[in-house]
Ligand binder design. Structure first.
Ligand SMILES: Cc1cc2nc3c(=O)[nH]c(=O)nc-3n(C[C@H](O)[C@H](O)[C@H](O)COP(=O)(O)OP(=O)(O)OC[C@H]3O[C@@H](n4cnc5c(N)ncnc54)[C@H](O)[C@@H]3O)c2cc1C
Length: 420
């Protein structure tokens, strides 16, 4: 009797038991889009479809490669990690040079410059663009910002015929671009609004040490704690005027003053946005079946703007797109190790001036070796650290955030006394 009932029940509900093939659409083929697609390929049912859209014309590349592109005479192929063929082999439908210009969540479609496409789950991974301050002359010829490979191609072409360069912004991007200009023999200046370099990664003392090293090794001139009043020139850039009246002649200007997430099309459909698209711990936006990851996403009030969190978010978003609310994202650690002109600069959980004011500090400084390490403590507990010029201490400190300083003091003393 029970058997007959079950047979009848399953027969009439058979359709409900079939897993529907899902259409996953990803807007953006940067590091977030690419990593989400990789996770979907591994985990989604085989009859699912994955469609990706990129407004750029290239396959996948990592943006830090653009520094090398500026420094050396790399070919475009040397920058691209995966071409369109790679995606085809995996069964991903990649639409290059096809921008998504609108979304209709009600009909579950995205509309591109070519046609419209349905989605079941949509990932916003369309990143950010450069933030450029509103300064007279910013749109003159030879005034650039660097985000894409096309930007890098235009900048490198101009660098080759320039003698002088000015970079606005003394953050990570600005310093890398400045060092590429200096290495190509351009007379290079950096203008920074903050009184020291890398204000997001370093304290004032660390910033000053970095500045000394760059002045000594790279012959870069720094103008710190100043603001640009105007970029001078009729149709093309001829110089920069600072608010204090100083004029710096130049053939090329590069603005490296941060990023703006590309939120315009999402604001139009009433999605919750702030600086970026607001996401919850499942990387869901305020609209059902739409997720966000990478530089577009704002989680816990933060737009990280760097690669490691973009990858972490992409993987979690993809899991939740396959199986809603299955994995939580609880935020990323703010640790970065970067090479500024061959010098390793590491910032572990450092959040800026707040740390300096709130916490006590321990310091290791080896001036002749250009090595500096500062550790921020709440009582005896390690909260954050900055290290310049060595890889020593990085993994020890990373692994001991939240632990007692005393427990590793001896090891640190030994590491830094051995540091060369
Ligand atoms: C020169 C440079 C160097 C960097 N170096 C480092 C570094 O050393 N370490 C680090 O951690 N981070 C670095 N970053 C930051 C890092 O690259 C970003 O955090 C990361 O690229 C964010 O990835 P994303 O996929 O969210 O966005 P993006 O990389 O910006 O990719 C988004 C993609 O979406 C496309 N797109 C946008 N809108 C649309 C649309 N409407 N339709 C279709 N496609 C669209 C864009 O063209 C772009 O290709 C660097 C950035 C730059 C520019």
């Amino acid at each position: 009797m029970l058997f007959l009932f079950l047979r009848k029940y399953f027969k009439s509900n058979f359709k409900l038991l079939i897993v529907k093939e899902l259409i996953f659409v990803i807007i953006g083929n940067g590091v977030a889009g690419f990593n989400a697609a990789q996770s979907l390929i591994k985990g989604a049912p085989t009859d699912s479809k994955i469609l990706m859209f990129s407004s750029e014309k290239y396959g996948f590349y990592l943006r830090p490669k653009l520094y090398e592109f500026l420094r050396q005479d790399l070919k475009i192929e040397d920058v691209i990690s995966y071409s369109k063929e790679y995606y085809s082999k995996l069964g991903i439908e990649l639409h290059l040079e096809e921008e998504i210009i609108a979304i209709s969540p009600k009909d579950k479609i995205v509309i591109s410059t070519v046609k419209q496409y349905s989605y079941d789950r949509l990932l916003l991974a369309n990143g950010a663009e450069c933030y450029c301050p509103v300064v007279p002359g910013i749109n003159l010829l030879n005034s650039f910002s660097l985000r894409s490979l096309d930007d890098a191609i235009a900048i490198r072409t101009r660098m080759k015929t320039s003698k002088q360069a000015v970079i606005i912004g003394g953050g990570l991007l600005g310093l890398e671009v400045a060092s590429a200009c200096a290495e190509r023999g351009l007379n290079t200046s950096v203008i920074e609004f903050f009184p020291y370099l890398l204000p997001r990664q370093l304290d004032a003392e660390g910033g000053k040490i970095l500045q000394n090293i760059l002045e000594k090794n790279q012959n870069i001139t720094f103008y710190l704690g100043v603001k640009v009043q105007e970029i001078l020139g009729k149709d093309h850039v001829e110089g920069i005027k600072l608010l204090d009246g100083i004029i710096i002649p130049t053939d090329i200007v590069m603005t490296c003053t941060g990023i703006t997430p590309r939120i315009d099309i999402f604001k139009k459909i009433g999605m919750k946005t702030n600086r970026g698209v607001i996401v919850n711990d499942f990387l869901e936006t305020s609209i059902q079946d739409i997720y966000a990851a990478g530089d577009i996403a704002e989680h816990g009030g933060k737009v990280y703007g760097i690669i490691p969190p973009s990858i972490e978010q992409a993987k979690v978003a993809a899991q939740n797109m396959m199986k809603p609310r299955s994995v939580k994202y609880t935020g990323s650690k703010l640790s970065t190790s970067i090479k500024v002109t061959k010098l390793l600069v590491t910032s572990i959980d450092y959040i800026g001036k707040e740390e300096e004011l709130k916490y006590s500090q321990r310091k290791f400084l080896i001036p002749n070796e250009d090595i500096y390490c500062k550790i921020f403590l709440d009582q005896d507990i390690i909260k954050s650290a900055i290290i310049i010029g060595t890889k020593n201490g990085i993994s020890l400190l990373k692994g001991n955030i939240g632990s007692s300083y005393k427990s590793i003091e001896e090891e640190l003393n030994q590491l830094f006394s051995e540091t060369k």
